[in-house]
Design a protein around this ligand. Structure first.
Ligand code: ADP
Ligand code: MG
Length: 257
């Protein structure tokens, strides 16, 4: 889409603004006759350079929250702004455009394509943007992203020739190559042993130090401790939030981080 009057592009270049703002977000699933309140009254701001961890027990709403942040699902009520664009008033196509422009996903299972080389795996999402990126720009971005995760030397290998930790680093490179405003990361070490998990976390920590904004779901309190802001969910509510500079704040209902 090359619509220069697009409300998405009008504000996309302004990096000083809040990247993500959730206001009173709730999500209720309806399956059969049962209502499941997965999220209730979530308020959250994510600023450029933030490193936010989301933790809490299984079923507390972590993945639901990440899906909403990634525009993979819609809330039942509330407001969701990405770089000041009200996402809920957009068409599906506009939402997809906003997602491509701003969001990089990293999943627990690396989701690499076995038949493609490491280079081609990282390049693949960029090839959908061929109208805006030339072949050499794509190549430049892929090499830069692979270098950031220290995997450039393996660009001609296939995913099954790499360890799990290395595959996850390639998945991070694939997300970075899109030059997103924020990386959304769901349990990045869930399928890894502790050595590989630590290596992946080192990469995420370094990326944040270099300015990448990260929102990460993790079960591991050790890894949550690397984040500069932490929120803890229980039964779909933020029950605790903390900032690296401040003491932990306990909240009965919700928190603005
Ligand atoms: P977490 O990632 O913290 O384990 P989830 O966000 O996956 O939690 O789930 C939160 C709650 O919403 C759980 O009770 C779960 O069973 C329910 N849930 C998640 N996805 C769906 C769905 N598609 N349909 C119905 N219920 C769902
Ligand atoms: Mg989950």
């Amino acid at each position: 889409m090359n619509n220069t009057t697009s409300p998405i592009k009008a504000v996309a270049s302004n990096k000083q603004k809040t990247i993500i703002a959730l206001k009173n977000i709730s999500k209720t699933y309806h399956s059969s006759n049962i209502e499941i309140k997965a999220l209730a009254d979530i308020n959250l701001d994510i600023m450029p350079g933030d490193y936010l961890s989301i933790s809490g027990p299984s079923g507390c709403g972590k993945s639901t929250l990440l899906s909403l942040l990634g525009l993979l699902d819609s809330p039942s009520s509330g407001e969701y702004l990405i770089e000041n664009v009200d996402t809920l008033n957009l068409t599906m196509d506009q939402q997809a455009e906003l997602r491509n422009l701003h969001i990089g996903f990293v999943f627990q299972s690396f989701n690499l394509i076995d038949e493609l080389s490491i280079f081609d795996n990282v390049a693949l999402p960029l090839t959908y943007r061929e109208e805006t990126l030339t072949k050499s720009e794509i190549e430049q971005r892929v090499i830069q992203a692979l270098t950031q995760v220290e995997m450039e030397h393996r660009k001609n290998h296939k995913p099954n020739q790499l360890s799990g930790g290395q595959q996850q680093r390639v998945a991070i490179a694939r997300a970075l190559a899109g030059q997103p405003s924020i990386l959304l990361v769901d349990e990045p070490t869930g399928n890894l042993d502790s050595k590989n998990g630590d290596a992946v976390m080192d990469i995420l920590n370094n990326l944040n130090k270099q300015g990448t904004t990260i929102c990460m779901v993790t079960h591991d309190v050790r890894y949550a401790g690397h984040a500069t802001k932490q929120i803890h969910l229980l039964d779909g509510k933020i029950i605790e939030s903390s900032n690296a500079q401040d003491n932990v704040t306990n909240l009965s209902q919700q928190a603005v981080v």
